[in-house]
Design a protein around this ligand. Structure first.
Ligand SMILES: NC(=O)c1ccc[n+]([C@@H]2O[C@H](COP(=O)([O-])OP(=O)(O)OC[C@H]3O[C@@H](n4cnc5c(N)ncnc54)[C@H](O)[C@@H]3O)[C@@H](O)[C@H]2O)c1
Length: 254
């Protein structure tokens, strides 16, 4: 087991890639602190992991609210005694986010609050516990759109994910000397509820599919497998990276 006895905080664990992350990390021997603001789905994740023999506590809360994040960290550490890995995965991609001219200030604020401030807060309150453990791994989920322009813009989302990449590099430099690694994963298009909500037709779907050299959309497992590697000691000299897991979409000129 590649993550034996590591304690991992997974945000957005109630659905999509976060749920698969919680299940996979537990299968690899980790103890999971699972967070989501959707309480029902979070409980389902907790049940799935427990039924498979894994160790998990669920702490509902919004990653954009500092007190909620503090509670998740505190309850997790109370349950398992330590914290080794932050898997900062919670994020939103609202369909009303388009170009700077069209996207409202309210949408911008909501997206930045969850996608960027949420990662910031998880690091703010998680890092002190990683330091007590003597080091650890921070894995921030960004997106391929953070490194590409797109003619179908989602400007608030893109800006939020670009911020995640910059923050990740800053953390890597600051905390490397104290044993903490920080890396970002940039998933390409993965068929989760988040993405399906945006496709209004089969044509919309196929337009994106044609851009992916590997000829298929990603799966949650494709992304989470990279997460297992970055959480494990196999990646112990890898920090500050922007890890593209995207079927080649970002190297496709045309
Ligand atoms: N699906 C893709 O194609 C894709 C591509 C690139 C990046 N990403 C990123 O991957 C991450 C996971 O995406 P997904 O596709 O699994 O999404 P999803 O919508 O399927 O799941 C996201 C989960 O996060 C939770 N969540 C949202 N806001 C929250 C908050 N404020 N506090 C706590 N929990 C919250 C939701 O309830 C949900 O369970 C996101 O950061 C997303 O931006 C996704």
């Amino acid at each position: 087991m590649r993550l034996a006895d590591k304690v991992i905080l997974v945000t957005g664990a109630g659905g999509g890639m976060g749920r698969v992350a919680a299940e996979t990390f537990a299968h690899e021997g980790a103890k999971i602190i699972a967070n989501d603001y959707a309480e029902g789905p979070l409980e389902e994740t907790v049940a799935l992991v427990r039924n498979a023999g894994g160790e998990i506590v669920g702490v509902p809360g919004n990653v954009a609210i500092g007190a909620n994040v503090q509670r998740a960290v505190a309850e997790g550490v109370r349950a398992f005694g330590r914290l080794d890995v932050l898997y900062n995965n919670a994020g939103i991609m609202p369909s009303e986010d388009t170009s700077v001219e069209e996207t409202s200030e309210e949408t911008l604020a909501r997206v930045l609050d969850i996608n960027l401030k949420g990662v910031f807060l998880c690091c703010k309150y998680g890092i002190p516990e990683l330091l007590k453990t003597g080091g650890g791994s921070i894995i921030n989920i960004a997106s391929f759109v953070a490194v590409l322009g797109c003619t179908v813009p989602q400007d608030a989302y893109t800006a939020s994910k670009g911020g995640v990449l910059s923050l990740t590099r800053s953390l890597a430099v600051q905390y490397g000397p104290r044993g903490i690694r920080a890396n970002a994963i940039c998933p390409g298009p993965v068929e989760t509820p988040l993405l399906r909500k945006l496709w209004t037709s089969e044509d919309e779907r196929n337009k994106r599919l044609r851009r992916i050299p590997m000829g298929r959309f990603g799966t949650a497992e494709d992304i989470v497998n990279a997460g297992v590697f970055l959480a494990s000691d196999d990646s112990s000299w890898i920090t500050g990276n922007t890890f593209m897991v995207d079927g080649g979409i970002t190297v496709n000129y045309f």
